[in-house]
Design a protein around this ligand. Structure first.
Ligand code: GDP
Ligand code: MG
Length: 438
């Protein structure tokens, strides 16, 4: 996808006169790319129409950075499509909230239930899990295993076959035990969809959830819209979680799920493990959907400012996503000397704004560098924040003559940058110099 879009944008930039025909060609190319990324056909059409309204042809022909204008229009349009305009219900600590999970079998409900519970437990909630999947053999064992690992109370039965009864019993029990977040996992059997939706309806009616979360596998492709809509029609879906974002799928189905349920995506699953779970963040998600934004410009810039023998190494660094503290240090160095590397970084969408500490003041950068001067080589080369335990932080503060809070600030700044760079994972520099994310 990144390759196609890069190509489209590249063509656009090379056209001397930007007319409607060129804009259409560019949009068509991007349309094909988004379709490949599982964005539904009707949504792509809608985006196309909106872009044409936003992008003023006169601005384009007069403006110097046509590529940027179109790119930004597409970016913000996709962001808008992911925003249904109302936030999802968030559990309160003052009264028990009931959250019901729905989705097809294999979507990742049971896994995600535990992740969701674990996430809130770390935030000080008292979550509990109820297994209302009586359809799949082993469903209760799976939930029990997950819950035990996370030390979260659970409820279920090996013998009772009525999911409504178990759901109600579980919810009642945990209300009595003063749990403030009661999570109901449900079955998602395939092939018997009419009875599945009836079951969802009954469980929802009996437990009166404050929030129903639709869990969707990112790799289901164009089926996303119909699937999300089918669930939405039987239960009042209020939020979406997209799973398996660690795989190949770019997750374009998320746009469909939002459109079909009129609910926001709240988390994404990025692995099988309990803490491979992230609060959904629109911008990096759209970046990923589009591949790498300003690639064509980046290639030019790269060839301009980085010596030929270092280009591959540079691309490798940013594409690995394991951005080290030392790279942050080098970035600051180049900011201070207004070096070309800084210009290069500024070509990466989503990076430039985060490359400098808040306030952007030189003094602040210098203080941050003083803090980093007291880090060991091992610390500078690590990309693991967990290595910075309390005693190390104290040592760095003492060594640099700064206060602990400042060391923490540097670490936080590093965390933000590393997160941004993780969006650029997997980019390659092909031999012909035409970079592509595929
Ligand atoms: P359910 O049938 O909807 O309850 O789905 P499960 O929770 O049992 O998950 C089905 C499979 O997907 C299991 O093997 C999970 O480990 C796996 N899975 C769930 N979420 C993720 C994820 O975010 N990434 C990966 N790689 N696997 C996941
Ligand atoms: Mg399950």
């Amino acid at each position: 996808l990144g390759g196609r879009i890069t190509h489209a944008i590249h063509q656009m930039r090379n056209a001397t006169i930007i007319d409607e025909k060129a804009l259409n060609e560019c949009l068509n190319e991007i349309t094909r790319a988004l379709l490949q990324s599982d964005v539904s056909f009707s949504l792509v059409k809608e985006m196309q129409t909106n872009i044409k309204k936003i992008v003023n042809l006169q601005d384009l022909s007069a403006g110097h950075n046509k590529r940027r204008i179109i790119e930004q229009a597409i970016f913000s349009e996709l962001c808008k499509m992911l925003d249904p305009g109302k936030p999802a219900f968030s559990p309160k600590k003052t009264k028990p909230s009931i959250v019901m999970f729905v989705g097809l079998q294999g979507a990742g409900k049971t896994t995600t239930c535990t992740k969701y519970a674990y996430y809130h437990q770390k935030k000080g909630y008292k979550p509990a899990l109820v297994c209302a999947d009586t359809f799949r053999a082993g469903a209760f064992d799976q939930l029990k295993q997950n819950a035990t690992k996370a030390k979260i109370p659970f409820y279920g039965s090996y013998t009772e076959s009525d999911p409504v009864k178990i759901a109600v019993e579980g919810v009642d029990r945990f209300k009595k035990e003063n749990c403030d977040l009661i999570i109901v996992d449900t079955s998602g059997r395939h092939k018997q969809e009419a009875s599945l939706f009836e079951e969802m309806r009954q469980v929802a009616e009996a437990t009166k959830p404050d929030l129903v979360i639709f869990v969707m596998d990112s790799s289901i492709g164009q089926a996303a819209f119909d699937q999300a809509q089918a669930f939405r029609q039987s239960v009042a879906v209020g939020a979406v979680i997209i799973t398996k974002m660690d795989g190949h799928a770019k997750g374009g189905g998320a746009l469909s799920a939002v459109a079909a349920t009129k609910s926001p995506v709240i988390f994404i699953g990025t692995g099988e493990h309990m803490d491979q779970f992230e609060v959904f963040d629109v911008k990096p998600f759209v970046n990923r959907l589009l591949g790498m934004g300003d690639l064509s410009g980046l290639v030019d810039k790269l060839q301009e400012v980085v010596p030929k023998d270092q280009q591959a190494e540079f691309v490798e660094k940013i594409s690995k996503g394991n951005f080290s503290m030392r790279m942050m240090y080098e970035q600051y160095q180049s900011v201070l000397s207004s070096g070309p590397l800084n210009q290069l970084y500024s070509m990466l969408p989503g990076v430039s704004a985060q490359m400098m500490p808040e306030g952007e003041s030189e003094a602040k950068i210098k203080r941050y560098m003083t803090v980093m001067d007291s880090m060991t080589n091992e610390e500078l080369d690590s990309s693991n924040l967990k290595a910075f335990n309390e005693s190390r932080i104290m040592r760095i503060a003492r060594g640099s003559g700064r206060i602990v809070r400042e060391v923490m600030e540097v670490l936080e700044e590093y965390r933000k940058m590393a997160k941004t760079f993780s969006n650029w994972k997997g980019f390659k520099m092909p031999k012909n110099g035409d970079m592509s994310s595929n």
